[in-house]
Design a protein around this ligand. Structure first.
Ligand SMILES: Cc1ncc(COP(=O)(O)O)c(C=O)c1O
Length: 292
């Protein structure tokens, strides 16, 4: 259960939070969202998440109805109202409530809903063992369809992919593009290690450009390590010595198996562990500089 939920600025106990059944987010997934977390009392990479939220909204012609600065102040106000450190913060912006029809051009008042709750806990063992994933049979939608780089409320592909993973007794799923390339996990980006380089699907490769991905790219480059962006297939990935995943919530986590094929020696390797450590150090530095 969340600590609290804010709807258009009004803070509710989670059990009292209500939104209209005519809300287009509910009816059509017609909205955008962001997830970040606080370390202590600092909202991590907030500027990047806000920027991505506005970019997503812009791509679907949704007016958020407040400035980036106002939203930033608002998120801190709501976060602080929970009076607890280390929170998960989800902000959902929908196109608002209207008649039941698809027309997105009617001017509606957006609804902004913010959830503050515990960071969903991964079993700490998973960071030592890595996760078992499958390649889902459902494809990642191409960017000429609903661009995966728009973080919209429309996650059915990802939900179905995760459902398939659970049926196959795996932890999670990665999705492949119509061209047969690895794109991304259900809520995370994926990388393989090859010839000492971290290899990632290119920015324009039917993926959400993760904030964590952007940060680790900077970390890798500034530490003189190799970063390569190119397309690769699941078969190629299964032969890599290491496969790893990132997101704001999971941070950096190794992958143990893909479709029951063991990656490397079946444990997160040195490149994964090193990056996980460098990421933690980056987070610590970031939060220290912004301590409040
Ligand atoms: C589909 C998808 N890809 C990647 C990510 C990772 O993004 P970030 O690093 O910004 O958390 C997410 C996060 O929710 C996601 O939903």
């Amino acid at each position: 259960m969340a600590d609290l939920v804010a709807i258009n600025g009004e803070i509710f106990k989670p059990e009292d939070a209500r939104i209209s059944v005519f809300d287009r987010g509910f009816l059509y997934g017609d909205g955008v969202y962001e997830v970040t977390r606080s370390y202590g009392r600092v909202l991590f990479a907030l500027e990047d998440h806000i920027e991505r939220l506005y970019r997503s909204a812009d791509r679907i012609g949704l007016d958020i109805g407040m400035t980036r600065e106002e939203l930033s102040t608002e998120l801190y106000r709501i976060h602080d109202a929970a009076q607890r450190p280390d929170r998960y913060i989800r902000v959902v912006v929908t196109r608002g409530e209207g008649k039941i029809n698809l027309d997105p051009t009617t001017r509606l008042q957006s609804n902004i809903v913010v959830f503050v709750q515990d960071v969903p806990a991964f079993d700490p063992k998973l960071y030592e063992t890595g996760q078992d994933i499958i390649t889902a049979s459902i494809l990642r939608n191409p960017k000429k369809s609903l661009d995966p780089n728009v973080k919209s409320g429309n996650y059915l592909n990802n939900i179905l992919a995760l459902g398939e993973a659970k049926k196959r007794k795996a932890h999670d799923a990665v999705m492949v593009s119509a061209q047969g390339h690895v794109t991304e996990g259900t809520t995370w980006n994926i990388y393989m290690v090859q010839d000492g380089a971290y290899v990632s699907t290119p920015d324009d490769g039917d993926i959400l450009q993760g904030i964590t991905r952007k940060i680790i790219r900077d970390i890798i480059k500034s530490n003189g390590m190799k970063w390569v962006e190119r397309f690769f297939t699941p078969d190629e990935m299964k032969k890599a010595p290491e496969v790893l995943s990132t997101s704001s919530i999971r941070e950096v986590m190794g992958i143990r198996t893909v479709d029951d094929v063991t990656i490397g020696n079946g444990r997160p390797g040195p490149a994964t562990l090193k990056l996980a450590q460098l990421y933690k150090e980056y987070v610590t530095r970031y939060c220290k500089e912004r301590a409040r």
